[in-house]
Design a binder for this molecule. Structure first.
Ligand SMILES: [Zn+2]
Length: 184
């Protein structure tokens, strides 16, 4: 996985688009790429039962545009456009989440469900994650990686965090500094 994951889900969604030294990559470009991203998110999203279709990916891409616009505004402390917010709310309402009690053979357990078809459920999960981050005062702390040309976003748990991943961009920066010292 060359995309940053494990951040708030809304940021993971934005990080499906990445700038790397070997070119731009996008997890939504292919069904397989998107499927493997969904598998990484299995504890937060219900994966699709079949490989994502072109229409699935187009719908997620459109939602990602809305989330990107809203997060960008919110990071700067500005009000995201009402049209964008309305689009996110619409996606959530298309497959609302509710909890029912189900018997697992030994006891009652809470079972979180959504109505709607698979795509609507996926979009609702992503849109709801965006609503959560947009309404969290910490949204202004969202930071872009300082790695050269890197566009990955993260919510730093530690104020000194500078890179999406020390293994990726941290190393790249160290190597660039080393080369500068020894060649320049
Ligand atoms: Zn980075």
């Amino acid at each position: 996985m060359r995309f940053l994951t494990g951040e708030p889900l809304a940021l993971d969604l934005l990080n499906t688009r990445a700038h790397t030294p070997s070119g731009d990559i996008d997890a939504l470009d292919t069904g397989e790429g998107f499927q493997s991203w969904l598998e990484v998110q299995a504890d937060r999203l219900t994966p699709l039962s079949a490989a994502p279709t072109d229409a699935d990916r187009a719908a997620v891409r459109q939602l990602r545009e809305y989330v990107a616009g809203a997060i960008e505004q919110a990071r700067q402390g500005a009000r995201p456009s009402p049209e964008t917010v309305a689009a996110l709310n619409r996606a959530v309402r298309a497959a609302p989440r509710y909890t029912v009690a189900t018997w697992d053979g030994e006891r009652l357990v809470a079972d979180v469900r959504r109505d709607g078809d698979e795509r609507d459920r996926l979009l609702a999960g992503l849109a709801e994650a965006a609503v959560e981050l947009l309404t969290d005062p910490d949204v202004v702390k969202v930071r872009g990686c300082e790695g050269p040309h890197c566009t990955q976003l993260f919510l730093p748990a530690h104020p000194r965090r500078r890179w999406c991943s020390p293994a990726l961009c941290g190393n790249r920066v160290r190597v660039a500094r080393y080369n500068q010292r020894h060649n320049g």
